[in-house]
Ligand binder design. Structure first.
Ligand SMILES: NC(=O)c1ccc[n+]([C@@H]2O[C@H](COP(=O)([O-])OP(=O)(O)OC[C@H]3O[C@@H](n4cnc5c(N)ncnc54)[C@H](O)[C@@H]3O)[C@@H](O)[C@H]2O)c1
Length: 309
């Protein structure tokens, strides 16, 4: 079976590419850069096409002979005109090419940013897309738009699609994110750190995300569906205390009631994501114990990297 992974050189994409290659699949990547794929370059079953999803001809040619598409190319522009031209425009190019060449399944990785702000707990897939209430309303709107576009292509051209939604992902060796980097740096400097009392989120281990893609691919139960994914729930105050402990830092952690929180915008809300639908329909199961272990290990490595800077 042949896969096209757009954005396959990125953080999540490269993990999925490696899992596909490990299972013996043929993979073509379309990405602007080689990025995280440097070590996989030259793999006999991997073809890397360096290009942009805005280039229609290039996308059409990358789609040749492809059975399944994983679409992960996303560039997060900060201006609406760029975000719609690049990310939404590129998405349409991929949908067009996939339906024209009768791709069997199109899977997209979205973000819980689409829900705007948590209006209930836990958040399931029926939560409204409150894009204008989001901390990042442009990102929320572009994601909500491509959800609708996927559904439109399913209705008009019968292109089977599946969308996965998650809050914050991490791998075996790295937890990305500017806020986390800043928290680690504060701990390494021994600065006092504020933590919201209740704010929390459902983090997702890339191993669990890869498993979800595997069980959903060409699974008719997943067609036309959106599924939340997560591995375990963590409170920011617990994460900050863990950073302080692992960094062996003298930093004092000051707990602030959420209603008085004026720190990092990312450290707000109760992002408790329900994975019940994925469990019931796809048989998705995370392994929270292992996921926590990997999280702590990755955090230790990130702290060590920042210590050397
Ligand atoms: N990392 C997370 O914690 C997280 C959380 C929720 C959702 N997501 C979603 O998962 C998807 C992938 O995220 P990521 O963290 O791997 O991002 P990333 O930035 O690491 O990877 C994105 C890749 O897409 C490529 N790309 C961007 N625009 C392109 C274009 N026009 N044409 C070709 N390639 C292009 C980039 O070069 C990059 O390699 C995104 O849609 C993101 O919103 C990620």
């Amino acid at each position: 079976m042949k896969f096209l992974v757009t954005g396959g050189a990125g953080f999540v994409g490269s993990y999925l590419v490696e899992s596909l290659l490990d299972r013996g699949s043929e993979v073509r990547v379309l990405d602007r850069v080689i990025g995280e794929l440097e070590t996989l370059k030259g793999h006999p079953k991997l073809e890397i096409v360096t290009g942009d999803s805005q280039d229609r001809e290039m996308v059409n040619s990358a789609m040749k002979g492809v059975d399944v598409v994983y679409h992960l190319a996303w560039s997060f522009p900060s201006r609406p005109a760029d975000a719609f031209k690049i990310d939404v425009g590129g998405y349409i190019n991929v949908l067009e090419a996939a339906s024209a060449s009768h791709v069997k399944h199109f899977l997209f990785l979205s973000s819980s940013v689409v829900y705007g702000e948590p209006a209930c707990r836990p958040i399931d897939e029926s939560h409204p897309h409150l894009t204008e209430k989001s901390r990042d309303p442009l990102h929320a709107l572009t994601k909500a738009t491509v959800h609708k576009l996927s559904s439109l292509y399913y209705t008009l051209y019968k292109l089977p699609y599946t969308i996965f939604i998650f809050w914050w992902g991490y791998g075996n060796k790295h937890i990305p994110g500017r806020t986390l980097r800043e928290l680690i740096d504060s701990a390494l400097k021994g600065e006092a750190i504020k933590a919201p009392e209740k704010a929390s989120g459902s983090v997702a281990y890339l191993g669990d995300i890869a498993k979800a893609f595997e069980i959903a691919t060409l699974n008719e139960k997943a067609y036309g569906q959106e599924f939340n994914l997560s591995s375990f729930q963590i409170k920011w105050r617990d994460l900050i205390e863990l950073i302080v402990k692992l960094a062996d830092s003298p930093s004092k952690v000051e707990i602030v009631p959420d209603e008085r929180w004026d720190g990092h915008g990312f450290l707000t809300g109760l992002w408790e994501i329900s994975t019940k639908k994925a469990e019931e329909i796809l048989g998705y199961r995370s392994n929270p114990e292992k996921a926590r272990e990997v999280f702590t290990q990755a955090l230790k490595l990130d702290i060590a990297v920042r210590k050397k800077l």
